[in-house]
Design a protein around this ligand. Sequence first.
Ligand code: GBH
Length: 486
Amino acid sequence: MALPQHVPVQVFPQDFAWGAATAAYQIEGGWNMDGKGPSIWDTFCHAKGRVFENHSGDVACNSYQLWDEDLKCIKQLGLTHYRLSFSWSRLLPDGTTSFVNPKGVQYYNKVINDLISNAVTPMVTLNHFDLPQALQDVGGWKSPQIADFFDNYARFCFKTFGDRVKLWLTINEPIIYAKLGYEKGLFAPGLKELGTSVYLVAHNMLRAHAKAWHSYDAHFRHEQKGKVSIALNSDWAEPLDPSLPGDVAATKRYMNFELDWFTCPLFGTGDYPESMKCRIEAQNRELGFTGGERLPKFSEDEPKPLGTADFFALNYYTSRKVKEMTSCSSEVSLAGDLGAERVMDPSWPVSGVSWLAVVPEGLRKLLKYIKETCNNPAVYITENGFSQVGPVELEDSDRCQFYQDTLLEVSKAVSKDGVNVRGYFAWSLLDNFEWSDGFSVRFGLFHVDFCSTECKRTMYRSGKEYKAIIQRHGTNIKVESGKGSK
Ligand code: GBH
């Protein structure tokens, strides 16, 4: 058997970010402590029947009280970067700047200061799914006004923390929030308003992002010298049968409705993809929909999204095979507009949850697609991970293999495809509240004992593996013989 090769030295840039990511609602707990206002996820979980075994983020990893333990984990891994999110309603309990919660400011100041004094660069997401309930009560992300509420919140954060935080993400995964919250009803606020709200919500998220970016640009960038972007989640898609033109076209549509929906306004034409507009129009005609415009238009009277991402922030988890959808329904829906069916390739192993086919090479292909369609931006992979369910193993060898394979693909994207990848953030630092799956699905580099009040953190073997990769700056990633030559 041939000896394993290794990734040659100097593939990853010297200042490459080696990170891990978390999100406030998934780890903090302290849902009503020290003046925090409720968010839509507090409401959603407390309503019961929404989340696996009625789990909630009331306590989660208790990071609100156990930040020191998280910091130890971060140091143990040797991370250069840590991505966290702020809980909007911990800082501004009713979502507006009319009242600032000093305890919330104190908490995030400590987190940021501790990171910096340990030479870890923070990357902060302003909103990772947990909208303040008070803003939901006045229309949430469907209301046009939300862009101003968000902009005010963003300015408050830039002003308060921007002297130390230089990497900002406005919003996490607008597509997931809009689709799961308003089309499928699986995430807060749990609505199923087929084929309509999903476009409006995503639109207002893009508007809000653009506003906040322009605020940063006009009032903070000169002094603070940071960067602002938005985290976009995307699958990689390939035709189920590449010889069928219908499958090829459906795959193109899949990428249009998955990623181009956001990247065309941000990096491309400044508007939604033509194919999306056409499909939605065609469905309106076909189904006799008369409820008005479903895909909103960007107004001339406010800042446009075009050019408002200082880098590309990519969350990648999985890939899909795509075939043309034949079944048709009688009402409008996102699925109907898409007209494509996603299927799993049986050759792809599945990690833990059923949706997560493990396809590291899909990441390389997606990075190349982004380079080509978004004008070669600097890219941070802001989330990528592998889950475990059921009885957990600290010896998580499949996940170790996953990180090896994935970082090998990233190294090829850099060295062979010339993609400007600036960093990689593993999802997640800790096992945490996995949204509608509660605590039944674990993504952590550290195991968390949710049964004990101390929520003890223990490093998985994959954590040790990732630590070793970081220490060697990726030069020890194993290349299986035969795999590394292409
Ligand atoms: C990320 O979303 C999130 O940013 C992060 O908070 C989360 O913990 C992580 O993924 C892991 O899921 O099969 O219809 O039930 C990635 C997008 C959203 C993809 C949930 C899978 C399950 C949808 N993920 N989705 S479904």
